[in-house]
Design a protein. Structure first.
Length: 332
């Protein structure tokens, strides 16, 4: 054996070293790929939509956490939806996932937020904290949960000049794919709403539990039609203005291709008298109409103060029991 020939142990050493380097290179490449996927997934969660028409931009993007954690940080987030004419901007974004569980993503988004539409609607909002978690699958988002504390916002219409101010102490939004269906649960506590030139609206807490058939892709925007042509089940919507004044709505619904709502709902009202008084105080201009409606509802309830009636909506036209008109609901 010549002096220049490597020994078997030397060759094994270099092979081991080369293998280690190769593993590190492949791991690093995989880490940065996972980081880029993290960015795409979080932006899609912030603004779901047709990926061909929606673009997101992270200012001062910074990936952190290598090698055991995947973190994405941005000083500002901008989203543009050219298809629907909507643009939005948000504050700092912080998101992370563990290397051993890259499909479980947690993220935080700072206010302020501004959302603008081509129809002249502008929404400005801020919050104390916004935290969310995502569970992804091979294609898209499987489920998401978002919690917002101290939400405050203002919506302004340039076309009508109308202004709406709102705030909520605590808001939760939970979405999940249930096979091909979309399940959603939303709640907000201590909600205050003030509409320009309207009387004061009572503070309330609201919650909703709904399933939309065949619309699992709405969670990440892969379903491009949205609610148009959709149907589902409103398991329960509850509005509570305190002191036992609770209103509940449930039943099947559908939207046609033009966005008009149809459905047959069960409307239940606890303490009809206090509800009547609250609505009359809020909208004194329709006090007589409210009294008439309350008397009718009480008659349908057999004179009691707990009312349960059928609320029928046919292509936007709402009636009680299918024959007492309530008004029209505009398309979505």
């Amino acid at each position: 054996m010549t002096a220049s020939s490597p020994s078997p142990s030397g060759r094994k050493f270099w092979m081991l070293g080369g293998g280690i380097v190769l593993v590190i290179v492949l791991y690093t490449a995989g880490w940065f790929y996972a980081a880029s996927q993290l960015k795409a997934t979080v932006l899609k969660a912030i603004a779901p939509g047709n990926t061909a028409g929606v673009s997101g931009e992270c200012t001062d993007i910074n990936f952190r956490g290598y090698p055991f954690r995947i973190g994405l940080f941005c000083s500002k987030v901008d989203v543009d939806d050219t298809v629907n004419g909507v643009s939005a901007s948000f504050g700092e974004l912080r998101s992370a996932a563990q290397v051993y569980a890259p499909g479980h993503i947690v993220w935080e988004l700072d206010s302020p937020a501004e959302i603008r539409s081509a129809h002249g609607l502008t929404l400005n909002a801020e919050w104390a904290s916004l935290q969310s978690s995502l569970i992804t699958k091979l294609k898209g988002i499987d489920r998401s949960s978002t919690v917002i504390d101290g939400l405050k916002g203002t919506a302004v219409s340039a076309q009508t000049g109308q202004t709406i101010n709102f705030d909520a102490a605590h808001t939760e939004i939970h979405l999940r794919q249930n096979n091909s269906d979309l399940d959603g649960a939303i709640s907000a506590t201590e909600v205050n709403t003030a509409i320009k030139d309207w009387p004061a609206i009572p503070k309330l807490s609201v919650s909703a539990d709904v399933t939309v058939a065949g619309k699992a892709g709405m969670i990440d925007g892969s379903d491009q039609k949205g609610l148009y042509g959709a149907s589902g089940e409103l398991r329960k919507v509850v509005a509570d203005i305190g002191d036992g004044k609770v209103m509940t709505l449930s039943g099947p619904f559908s939207f046609d291709e033009e966005g008009y709502l149809s459905g047959k709902f069960k409307l239940e009202i606890e303490q009809l008298g206090p509800w009547r008084d609250s609505v009359k105080q809020t909208f004194p201009g329709i006090a007589k109409t409210v009294d008439t409606a309350a008397k009718l509802l009480k008659a349908l309830a057999g004179g009691g103060d707990k009312v349960s009636v059928d609320l029928v909506v046919a292509r936007g036209n709402a009636t009680v029991g299918g024959f007492i008109p309530l008004g029209s609901i505009p398309p979505i």
